[in-house]
Design a protein around this ligand. Structure first.
Ligand code: SME
Length: 199
């Protein structure tokens, strides 16, 4: 790890208060450390987002190795993603149950517990079985606002063959936070989760 001098302007752009942190370059990511705890990682160039997902895939595989319970693995998945990706205010799962979606393990503010298929962004992902990227949730018809801090969102379906297991949902306070690269990276992470659990 190379320790770099802290750049206040960079820290401000990452929403951090100067003077309360130190910064370091770690594996291609600028990391901010507050009171000894890593607070936030900000990709420093376009290449590092790919690198970040590559590292996350490796960390997730190690984390889930040896456990085959969906709830346990989904819980650790959401904690890992929430604390590793920058600019998230919610990361978690809804599982398909009785023709709807039911809240699963997550990190963030308390959220709505049941969503109908086709309703909101999660319901749209479940209905289409495709990843949904929403640059501005306030412009998405039917968006369900669980946390008023959310401005953009991505939903990735969990599919075992053709069967819908549930969806992964990430929210961000930043507009247009998620792009195709996030979709690709998250779809890969979801594959790791699904292959870790008993069918
Ligand atoms: N916004 C989601 C609801 C779930 S929360 O974001 C956690 C939606 O529109 O489906």
């Amino acid at each position: 790890m190379k320790v770099a001098a802290c750049e206040f302007s960079v820290a401000r752009s990452a929403g951090l208060r100067p003077g309360l942190f130190s910064a370091a370059i770690f594996d291609g990511c600028l990391s901010f450390i507050l009171k000894g705890r890593e607070l936030k990682k900000v990709p420093t160039d376009s290449k590092s987002k790919t690198q970040l997902y590559y590292q996350l895939a490796s960390q997730l595989s190690s984390l889930l190795a040896g456990e085959r319970d969906l709830i346990a693995n989904a819980a650790n998945f959401s904690a890992l993603v929430y604390h590793s990706l920058p600019d998230l205010n919610w990361a978690g799962f809804y599982f398909a149950k009785n023709d709807g979606l039911v809240l699963g393990p997550f990190q963030g503010q308390p959220a709505c517990m049941r969503i109908k298929i086709g309703q909101g962004v999660c319901g749209a992902g479940a209905a289409t079985c495709d990843t949904v990227i929403v640059p501005n949730v306030h412009e998405f018809p039917g968006h369900i606002a669980c946390d008023s801090a959310s401005n953009s969102e991505i939903v990735v379906p969990l599919l075992k063959g053709e069967k819908l297991i549930g969806v992964l949902d990430l929210d961000s306070p930043v507009l247009s936070r998620f792009d195709r690269e996030d979709a690709k990276g998250l779809e890969q992470l979801v594959k790791i989760l699904l292959s870790s659990v008993t069918s």
